[in-house]
Design a protein around this ligand. Structure first.
Ligand code: LMR
Length: 396
């Protein structure tokens, strides 16, 4: 039965974890998978998370199922985090439903299966480039995947190309947008550009699916939600996939949320009932622990304040490293070439390094990044920047 099954290469991003572990170069640098690292190169458990977990351990009374939509206390805090704390018209009108999911990836798969089952025949449009797993998830759900341009030949945001392409998307199709910290490029839309996209989406009656995996890593928790809130407040229907993996540093707890915004409460309840079926058929109930951590933190003013401070620290550190990376390249005359790294936002930079250069960095210097030239900026440190700069100069 299995004789004809071929071996395939592993996932290009996750594969880097193993390859990096095996490398014996003492100077090796991991700029691969999108996890935050501190100055020592560790991905520590956040203090607010540790405290929340201690409370959970003490107070937990049951491990029973939490239901296909997950814990309502989690939904209670994630909805305002994403859609706005004060006076969100969408929340007041009860147009938004939250379904706890196994990570942002799980939320995306729920969205994909929902689209496939309930909106058959719709195509889906992703930025070129996008997170490679978008391709895998939507294709696996049987949805026809198309691309709109996002980056030009000079490695800059190609907004005019994007806008022109979005104007040609068939009416009624789904458009995937990155709320902030675009993965893999780090190029985000500004407020005026979001407004322009909103106009086209409205004109063509497109359904936005907004991937929101890095809230708090760009400009700030509220600032990063600008595009999401603009779309949700001005359109009848929006799909949002939110993740707490990065901003709470709880990657392995698989903590995400699918938020479905509908025209009114009645339609939201209908949609919600269908999402429960999709969740049931995929994994029944989401894992509870990550959602419980987030809920514990955001229901406590004290823990929430500690968490926000830690998140700000992570964001500031990344933004400082972006500037210092460009400065480290100055002695090699490469600062102008890589100036975009200081302008991009979030964990990733589309550096402009070619696949052959990425290969040389790995083979000759033990520096690991995705072959597209995407670097996880959180992997930079003041210790490794001189080495990185020297290596990049060597492959230029
Ligand atoms: C990444 O792009 O590195 C992260 O989103 C982790 C992943 O699952 O790929």
């Amino acid at each position: 039965m299995f004789e004809h099954i071929e071996r395939v290469p592993g996932d290009a991003i996750l594969g880097l974890i193993e390859a990096f572990k095996k490398d014996t170069n003492p100077q090796k640098v991991d700029l691969g998978v999108g996890v935050y690292k501190d100055a020592q190169g560790n991905t520590p458990v956040m203090r607010a998370v540790k405290e929340a977990e201690a409370l959970l351990l003490k107070n937990e009374t049951t491990k029973t199922y939490i239901g296909s939509h997950g814990d309502p206390r989690y939904a209670e805090v994630v909805l305002p985090m994403v859609l706005g704390q004060q006076g969100s018209a969408v929340l007041e009108a009860k147009r938004a439903s939250a379904t706890q999911a196994p990570g942002g990836t799980g939320a995306l798969r729920l969205a994909a299966d929902f689209i496939s089952a309930q909106l058959p025949g719709k195509g889906i449009w992703v930025s070129d480039p996008t997170w490679p797993n978008h391709h895998g998830i939507f294709t696996a759900a049987g949805i026809k995947l198309n691309k709109y341009p996002y980056v030009d030949a000079e490695n800059r945001l190609d907004f005019s190309g994007m806008l022109a392409a979005v104007q040609q998307i068939p009416a009624g199709d789904v458009i995937v947008l990155h709320a902030c910290c675009h993965n893999p490029t780090g190029f985000d839309l500004d407020r005026d550009q979001w407004q322009q996209i909103l106009e086209v989406v409205r004109e063509r009656n497109l359904l936005p699916l907004i991937d929101f995996a890095y809230q708090g890593f760009g400009e700030g928790l509220e600032e990063d939600a600008y595009g999401v809130r603009l779309m949700a407040e001005n359109l009848d229907e929006v799909i949002i996939t939110s993740s707490c993996s990065k901003n709470f540093g709880i990657y392995c707890e698989r903590t995400g949320c699918l938020i479905m915004v509908a025209k009114n409460q009645e339609q939201m309840e209908n949609v919600r009932s269908q999402v429960a079926i999709v969740a049931r058929e995929n994994y029944s109930n989401p894992p509870a622990h990550g959602g419980a951590i987030v809920s514990e933190i955001l229901h406590s003013a004290e823990l929430a304040a500690i968490w926000r401070e830690e998140l700000t620290e992570m964001r500031d550190r990344i933004n400082t490293l972006r500037r210092d990376f460009v400065a480290a390249l100055k002695p090699y005359g490469l600062d102008a070439k890589y100036a975009c790294v200081a302008e991009q936002r979030g964990m990733f930079s589309y550096t402009g390094l070619e696949p052959q250069q990425v290969d040389r960095l790995r083979d000759e210097f033990g520096i690991y990044m995705v072959r597209s030239g995407r670097a996880n900026v959180a992997g930079f440190s003041h210790e490794n920047l001189p080495y990185l700069a020297k290596a990049i100069a060597a492959v230029n």
